[in-house]
Each structure stands twice: as structure tokens, then as C-alpha cells.
Write a new protein. Structure first.
Length: 339
């Protein structure tokens, strides 16, 4: 952890720091966006994953773990002592789906030094869970000389679902091309938060995500996967995310409207987008109005949308990337000077 710009260290579950007892299924591919890495799971009581490095002293670390409707209770031990029990249940959007890399556990305030972490399957389902599965994906060791939660200069964190966390999409390839072409020599590092399902699933782990990835600015686009479930209060979740960024971590934030979604009632996404505009005005936040700028609030299964009527195609990505660039570097955007 000697890099002065990006000092923390991430170890994936297939790295030498991870060892597993025989009851784990290891090497499973996580294809959920930019954070994808091999992950491991078990449903058997007392099966153990041990995480240890003999060269990385730390006081804080963040464990990224598996969550689903069938996820159970994980016991987290530090140096042989029980640190916490974690209920890994997440609603997601169906029994078959899962979040393989949720920032579930922040180990904090340890004595500076080398520590052995153990993740143990308790073999017990939580109050809402249908199963006992426990899983691990990766760990962030936080540099002990950089206070936990301290932002790193020029790091931009994209918080969103598959519309913003796609290889080559509007937040990725085309936006990065604009940065290279029009901001020569910039040091902006784009990072992506765990791709969530509903906003209520993800908001539980936003603090841990920020602690692990240390953004200087957050781009927030949540709400698409809340539709059409009326039990999820999108506005409350977005407002909570805003307060976490602005109040707890003092991080500038901009929010985004969501795209029209094929097969759903327009009332749903128009309601969410009305709430986004309201929150933008309430907290004086820059608004990335992707809906208006790219689609003019029109459902389509042709350009600028893909045939699924949910995700942008290459033309839509190009429009979105330019709009993102323009909003992010507009004179009144507080993030401009940080990035």
C-alpha cells in the first residue's frame, strides 16, 4: 500500500490471501458489471474462508460478500474472536438473482498490524431468508495512514445499475474517450459501486462502499429496478443516499433521472424522475437529466435504445456520455474543481 494516489489494496477471492475449507464452491464467475471477480459460496454450517496476508498491516478493511433471498447468517472472526454476525439476506428482484459483491462488513478500528479474518457459514437462515448460503467476493484493505472515509483526489464513483455500469456504456468507454480528448493529462479515476437491484437493497451498504472506494465525487442513478414494486420508497432511499454523501462524508454528488422502461407503466418512471428533480432542487444538486436529453421520455426498442427497450445502444451511449461530460464540467458543478 505505497501508492500515494490510490493507496488501498483489493484482494479477490482467488488471490493467495484467501483459503477455503473443503465445503466451499470457489471460482464462480461474477459478471455483474465492473466489480466482477470470482466469488465463492457455501451453505454448510462451520465451513470457513480464511483471509490473511503476511505483508499488509491495516486497521480497517471492507468485506464484499454475497447476498440474495436465500443467503443466511455469516459469522466474521478477527484473530480468532467473533467480530460480528452478518445477515446476508437481500430482497433483490427474484429468488434466482443475487448481489455477489455487496459491501457488507466494515471491519474498523483494529489495532494496526496483520490480522487474520475468517468468514464462517453459521448454517442458519435469517428471519426473511429461504436458505443459509454465505459467500465472499473480495476485500479492500484500507491504508492505515489514510483515514477511513477520506476522499482520494480525482476519484469519481458511479452508483447505478446496469444502465450505467456496462462495459463500453455511457459512463465507461465513451465518457473516458471524452476525458482523454478534451482534458489532456487528467488523473480522473472512474470507479463503480456494486451494481444493485432495488435501491433499498443497496442503500444498506453505501457507507461501506464509500469507505472502501474513497470517491471525491459521486454520480447517483438509482430507481430503475425499483419499478414496478410499490413497496420500495425510491425517494426516501435516494434522499438517504444524498445525506450519506453530503452530510456524513462531505462528498459532492449529482443525481440522474432514469430512462423510460419498456413494458412498464410510464407513471412509474415519471414519478421517480419527478422526485429526482425535486431532490435536485432541495439539495441544490446538479441534475443529469438523461431521460429528457437522450430519450425525450419516449419508450423505444430502436435507437437510441437497445431492442430490450431498457438499455441504451451505441447512439444513446454517445448522447449520454456527452451530456454527462457537459453537466459534470459545467461552471456551477461543485465537483468540477475536485475532478
Amino acid at each position: 500500500m505505497a501508492d500515494l494516489i490510490f493507496p488501498d489494496y483489493r484482494a479477490n477471492s482467488n488471490a493467495s490471501e484467501f483459503t477455503f475449507s473443503s465445503g466451499w464452491t470457489t471460482g464462480q464467475a461474477d459478471n455483474s458489471g465492473h466489480n466482477g471477480a470470482l466469488y465463492a459460496t457455501t451453505s454448510t454450517a462451520n465451513e470457513k474462508c480464511t483471509i490473511y496476508s503476511d505483508s499488509i498491516p491495516f486497521t480497517d478493511a471492507v468485506l464484499f460478500m454475497y447476498g440474495s433471498q436465500s443467503a443466511g447468517i455469516a459469522q466474521i472472526y478477527v484473530d480468532g474472536n467473533l467480530y460480528t454476525e452478518q445477515d446476508c439476506y437481500l430482497y433483490i428482484d427474484g429468488q434466482a438473482n443475487s448481489m455477489k459483491n455487496a459491501a457488507m462488513v466494515w471491519l474498523k478500528g483494529l489495532t494496526r498490524g496483520l490480522h487474520k479474518i475468517e468468514v464462517v457459514c453459521k448454517g442458519v437462515a435469517g428471519a426473511k431468508s429461504t436458505g443459509t448460503t454465505v459467500g465472499v467476493n473480495y476485500i479492500y484493505y484500507l491504508d492505515p495512514d489514510t483515514p477511513a472515509g477520506q476522499a482520494l483526489e480525482s476519484r469519481l464513483l458511479i452508483v447505478g445499475d446496469s444502465n450505467s455500469d456496462r462495459q463500453g456504456g455511457w459512463c465507461d468507454g465513451q465518457f473516458k474517450t471524452l476525458l482523454r480528448n478534451y482534458m489532456l493529462g487528467n488523473r480522473i479515476q472512474i470507479d463503480y459501486a456494486t451494481r444493485p437491484s432495488g435501491s433499498s437493497d443497496y442503500i444498506r451498504f453505501l457507507r461501506n462502499e464509500i469507505v472502501a472506494k474513497r470517491p471525491a465525487m459521486v454520480q447517483l442513478m438509482l430507481g430503475t429496478n425499483d419499478l414496478p414494486r410499490p413497496e420500495i420508497i425510491t425517494k426516501d432511499n435516494i434522499e438517504q443516499a444524498i445525506k450519506i454523501c453530503l452530510t456524513e462524508f462531505k462528498i459532492p454528488i449529482q443525481i440522474s433521472t432514469i430512462l423510460p422502461r419498456n413494458g412498464l407503466n410510464a407513471f412509474g418512471w415519471n414519478k421517480v424522475n419527478g422526485q429526482m428533480r425535486e431532490l435536485s432542487q432541495k439539495y441544490h444538486l446538479p441534475l443529469l437529466d438523461l431521460n429528457t436529453y437522450v430519450t425525450n421520455n419516449i419508450v423505444s426498442t430502436t435507437t437510441p435504445m437497445q431492442a430490450d427497450g431498457i438499455h441504451l445502444d451505441a447512439v444513446g451511449d454517445n448522447l449520454g456520455a456527452h451530456h454527462f461530460f457537459d453537466v459534470l464540467f459545467s461552471p456551477n458543478n461543485p465537483a468540477r474543481k475536485l475532478l
